[in-house]
Design a protein around this ligand. Structure first.
Ligand code: SF4
Ligand code: SF4
Length: 128
């Protein structure tokens, strides 16, 4: 699952994530992060048979875990299918379909936000 993790200043510097990885043998892939001594947030992909237990552990240690289904959303009414966002996506999550509409694959998207900045019609929203 993909989730936004929020860290309060009181837990910055604690090895909670590495402890969870060791304890529950999870795969923890950091997609995006902004952490400072004053707190921070991280978009991560967490997977493994004990994924739920690992999340419970992280929450018990003070990390706020907000699972997300969609990383970005494209407003179909505003998008003019110009394709400007396609080449800017570093993981090729945006494609031009056979009917000339532009689609974003949420399974591939890493939430970098490049597409939101490049869109001339501001059609892409990044969920944070
Ligand atoms: S947020 Fe980044 S990874 Fe996701 S679709 Fe936009 S450019 Fe691609
Ligand atoms: S740049 Fe914006 S308007 Fe153009 S295809 Fe991408 S989302 Fe649609």
């Amino acid at each position: 699952m993909k989730a936004w993790l929020r860290f309060l200043p009181s837990i910055i510097g604690k090895a909670i994530i590495s402890e969870a990885i060791k304890k529950y043998d999870i795969e923890f892939n950091i997609l995006r992060a902004h952490i400072t001594p004053r707190g921070g947030k991280m978009l991560a992909e967490i997977s493994g048979p004990e994924e739920r237990e690992s999340i419970k552990f992280m929450e018990e240690q003070g990390i706020e875990v907000n699972p997300i289904i969609k990383v970005v959303k494209k407003d179909k009414d505003k998008c003019i299918d110009c394709g400007a966002c396609i080449s800017l996506c570093p993981v090729k999550a945006i494609t031009m379909e056979k009917d000339w509409t532009v689609e974003i694959d949420d399974q591939i998207c890493i939430g970098c936000g490049f597409c939101t900045k490049s869109c001339p019609t501001k059609s892409i929203i990044l969920f944070e």
